[in-house]
Design a protein around this ligand. Structure first.
Ligand code: AMP
Length: 280
């Protein structure tokens, strides 16, 4: 496995044999089984797999969150080598944003809702860095997790709008055995918070069960999630949502399909999770 920093090194390896297909898995490192599920899917569908590891400062709207973000590059590379990944690209901030850098990509309507409404500038940072990753690697396919449902919607929109020549592949959420969605931020939870964090999965699952039993009113689904979240003393709700899976607009009345999602602080760690109902 090659581990490179510069775009020149990356491109030399990427284009050594132009006939090969490449899968790209963009990450911020601190890898867990969620990331590795994307790598395995990329492995199965492409001749070569590249994983980028870059903690992108421009998508953090909170300085403390950026500072506390776990960085474990050596271990990440061991995990990726064991998965048969060919190339790890871990650029520095200076490589990604050299002095004089001026360009930002703004995806409009879909970034104003949900995460975008609560994390100013987040999706401008995400869209811009992902566009740079796509241009540097020029992958055949790029792999993203449904864990970050709005991120997937924003990137698909950007790929359509800017005519990126690649396929976006979306992979299901990987959870711990007790249901907690895997996240690099989970390592920051103390044991009591780790237990409390189960309330995200529990409240989503309860809303899914309500929907399946025929109680399909969007306001009721939101209220049901909120009631369970508010019963957990260590949880502080940022938002709960029952939104149109395509437009991400909040729904009212009975719904045939919905993206149920939430952002919740457990202690000072902000966690997100989601489940889809009525899709496929
Ligand atoms: P991150 O390193 O948090 O930026 O995540 C990199 C990629 O892994 C993103 O496409 C995430 O959606 C995806 N990802 C993170 N956690 C999970 C998970 N628990 N299950 C599936 N994909 C995930």
């Amino acid at each position: 496995m090659n581990i490179v920093q510069t775009i020149e090194e990356l491109r030399a390896l990427r284009w050594a044999d132009p006939s090969l297909t490449w899968g790209l898995v963009p990450t911020m490192g601190a890898l867990h089984e969620g990331h590795l599920s994307l790598v395995r899917r990329a492995r199965a569908e492409n001749d070569r797999v590249a994983v980028s590891v870059f903690v992108n400062p421009t998508q953090f709207n909170n300085a403390a969150d950026l500072e506390k973000y776990p960085r474990t590059l050596e271990r990440d590379c061991e995990l990726l080598a064991a998965e048969g990944c060919e190339l790890v690209w871990a650029p520095t901030e200076l490589i990604m944003y050299p002095p004089g850098y001026q360009t930002t990509i703004i995806v409009e309507a879909i970034t104003k809702l949900l995460e975008g409404a609560h994390r100013p500038g987040h999706f401008a940072g995400v869209a811009t860095v992902v566009a740079k990753l796509f241009n540097a690697v020029e992958p055949t396919r790029a792999y993203f997790g449904q864990k970050d449902a709005q991120q997937v919607a924003v990137i698909k929109q950007m790929v359509r709008d800017l005519d990126f020549n690649l396929e976006i592949v979306v992979c299901p959420i990987v959870r711990e055995p007790d249901g907690l969605a895997m996240s690099s931020r989970n390592t920051r939870l103390n044991p009591a918070e780790r237990e409390a964090a189960l309330v995200l999965n529990r409240s989503l699952a309860a809303a899914v069960a309500e929907w399946e039993s025929g109680r399909r009113d969007a306001d009721h689904l939101r209220a049901s999630m909120l009631a369970l979240l508010e019963a957990e003393p260590l949880a502080r709700v940022d938002y709960v949502s029952a939104a149109d899976p395509a437009t991400l607009q909040e729904l009212t009345g009975p719904v045939e399909s919905a993206l149920l999602s939430m952002a919740v602080y457990i202690g000072d760690v902000r966690l997100i999770d989601n489940m889809l109902v009525g899709v496929e």
